[in-house]
Design a protein. Structure first.
Length: 147
């Protein structure tokens, strides 16, 4: 699983990062009309803000994000984003590794994530860093509508 050595500096996000985070998510095509990204940030900051990670690549600033969480059974990763102009530099691997380190420190035994079926590049990325497709069916039910 070797690749380019990242120059990314990973840290927990602060309130000053929010506009840049949303711009990044939009640039990476992660936002959807039914998920208000500002509300997603607010919800994360109300729960465990230290697990919303940003990656800075000086001098460009915030060029990567990942949102991690652990509910006592499984860890979850959401909103992995690397700015399209900063791809191929190992930033995705670097920010995921920090999220995994933090989850493991909490006692998390396994990490799950979901990838949209129409995103084979993301599936390829996750496979390249050691993730495998689980024999499960992903189901969901919206409790809060962000519209």
């Amino acid at each position: 699983m070797s690749g380019p050595r990242s120059t990314l500096v990973v840290r927990s996000a602060t309130g000053d990062d929010h506009d840049r985070i949303i711009e990044l998510w939009e640039a990476c095509g992660l936002t959807r009309p039914w998920n208000d990204p500002r509300r997603d940030l607010e919800r994360k900051l109300a729960h465990d803000p230290e697990m919303l990670l940003v990656g800075e690549d000086p001098p460009a600033g915030v060029v990567a994000t990942v949102m991690a969480g652990y509910e006592g059974h499984r860890g979850w990763l959401n909103y992995l984003a690397v700015h399209p102009t900063h791809g191929g530099r190992g930033h995705g691997r670097a920010i995921v590794a920090e999220a995994e380190r933090r989850l493991e420190a909490l006692g998390c035994p396994k990490v799950n994530l979901q990838v949209r079926a129409d995103n084979p590049a993301a599936v390829g990325f996750w496979a390249a860093i050691g993730y495998a497709v689980d024999d499960t069916v992903s189901m969901g039910r919206r409790l809060v509508h962000d519209d």
